[in-house]
Design a protein around this ligand. Structure first.
Ligand SMILES: NC(=O)c1ccc[n+]([C@@H]2O[C@H](COP(=O)([O-])OP(=O)(O)OC[C@H]3O[C@@H](n4cnc5c(N)ncnc54)[C@H](OP(=O)(O)O)[C@@H]3O)[C@@H](O)[C@H]2O)c1
Length: 248
């Protein structure tokens, strides 16, 4: 058993099998939470994430739930509540991006960004609110691109992340009377499969940043875990950057 600031808390992280989400799962579990997390395709990698947490004495469980499918998201929340006996922390991390100028994007790509990045977060929040109580935490994973988009080809992705920022600001008003906070974490470039630090776009991104490197999933996980903890009770409705000083 792991002790820490999140001891006794139950969490659900969407998209925890790889990248930023896996870093969040690992850190929440290391800080004492029992963590369920979803994946859509990467069954083996999801199991590796759960096994790595178990190896350190923590609790993490993978749930196959496609964020494109509303009933999957509903079931993931219900499964977490059934399995852990409640829910205290929801992290909406699952996200997809197609980076092409708008005239070249297909409606399938646009619908996927809208559904996974925005609609599934709304569904997860709606379902979770039946269970979150005093001290509850909702953390959305947005993107610095909501505020700064120095390159062509990211307009729809940026719009979806801007929607999370607005959703967060608005919902804070509804949730504060219930003792629940909601915040939106806006990473800059983080080294993942979706945005590798040695990928073709990396040098252009580093060119508009103050810090000359990509962030790590562990750094985002640490930030999210702080927001999930008891010391962050006065932070709500905020979009908070962890972006190495991303400009543009
Ligand atoms: N990396 C960056 O530079 C960066 C910067 C700013 C914001 N972000 C945001 O951070 C989040 C994670 O990004 P990442 O870079 O870690 O991406 P990633 O490496 O592509 O990993 C995406 C994760 O989300 C899951 N996922 C994708 N589509 C899903 C779906 N339909 N249903 C359920 N799970 C799904 C994936 O599961 P499967 O493996 O099963 O597909 C995987 O666990 C996203 O919201 C992204 O917009 C990333």
């Amino acid at each position: 058993m792991v002790t820490g600031p999140l001891e006794g808390k139950s969490a659900l992280v969407t998209g925890g099998s790889r990248g930023v989400g896996a870093g969040i799962v690992a850190r929440l579990a290391a800080d004492g939470a029992r963590v369920a997390f979803t994946y859509a395709h990467s069954k083996e990698r999801a199991q590796q994430v759960a096994d790595a947490v178990a190896a350190t004495g923590g609790v993490a469980q993978a749930i196959r739930a496609d964020s494109l499918v509303e009933v999957d998201v509903v079931s993931a929340v219900a499964h977490t509540v059934d399995h852990f006996g409640g829910l205290d922390i929801l992290v909406n991390n699952a996200g997809v991006g197609s980076f092409t100028e708008i005239t070249d994007l297909t409606m399938t790509e646009i619908d996927a960004m809208l559904t996974v990045n925005v609609r599934s977060a709304i569904v997860a929040i709606r379902e979770s609110l039946a269970h979150l109580g005093e001290g509850g935490r909702i953390i959305n994973i947005g993107s610095i691109n909501a505020d700064r988009m120095p390159f062509p080809g990211g307009s729809i992705y940026a719009m979806t992340k801007g929607a999370l920022s607005s959703l967060t600001r608005g919902l804070a008003r509804e949730l504060a009377p219930r003792g629940i906070t909601i915040n939106n974490v806006q990473p800059g470039p983080v080294d993942t499969d979706a945005n590798p630090a040695d990928g073709p776009a990396a040098s252009a991104m580093l060119g508009v940043m103050a810090v000359d490197r990509f962030g790590t999933a562990a750094e985002v996980g640490a930030f999210v875990s702080f927001l999930a903890g008891p010391e962050a009770a006065y932070i709500t409705g905020a979009s908070l950057n962890i972006d190495g000083g991303f400009g543009g």
